[in-house]
Design a protein around this ligand. Sequence first.
Ligand code: 6PG
Length: 232
Amino acid sequence: MEILWKGFTNRERQVQDLADRICALLGEGVEKQGRASLAVSGGSTPVPLFAELSGRELPWEKVVVTLVDERWVEPADPDSNEHLVRTHLLRNRAAAARLVGMKTEAEDAFAGETACEERLRQVPRPFDVLVLGMGTDGHTASLFPGAGRLEAATAMDSGRLCMAIVPPRAPHVRMTLTLPAILDSRQIFLHITGEEKRRVYARARAGGPAGEMPIRYVLRQEQTPVEVYWAP
Ligand code: 6PG
């Protein structure tokens, strides 16, 4: 599958253009299916995108927002992606959207897998839009290099939407969408900023085992179109 690289001169333009694309796809989804779904990442990169999207005009009440991964912390915790999305995306106009979070009452992410899976089954799929970030170690969602369950979480025949995963170095046990769930999207955007991530991306595109840089699983598949949005 061809990967479209979209480089911008600054982050404002990048965010504007990405928000335009996302809104057009969500609008199309609502028109065709009566509802649409948007799966987003956490981290710091998407915050300006969330702010921009929150003010856009869209039938948000017909949009279901969900997460590509979550840290197993309380939703009020500042490290929670649900908290991030509620704070920056589900406000202004986008307050009308419905959020399906991953964190359940379960004591740990492993015990929470079944309930999380049930929740995710309420989200229309294929996701109309799925936005990924990337770490400088080449992880995406919570598919971390060296994680014990990386192989299981990237197996295309698992039939699973989410799995608990322990990042070898980053804090908090996570729940992540599996690779087959990530790829069950009409459009994937990889949203990255800065020179370091440009270099990491170039390394990911070059040869090497996918497990060493799990973003490669997304960049090397033939199922779902990927557009890379980069700004310095
Ligand atoms: C998360 C993620 C993760 C993130 C990258 C990049 O919740 O942490 O979904 O995969 O996208 O770690 O994070 P930054 O945008 O903060 O660099």
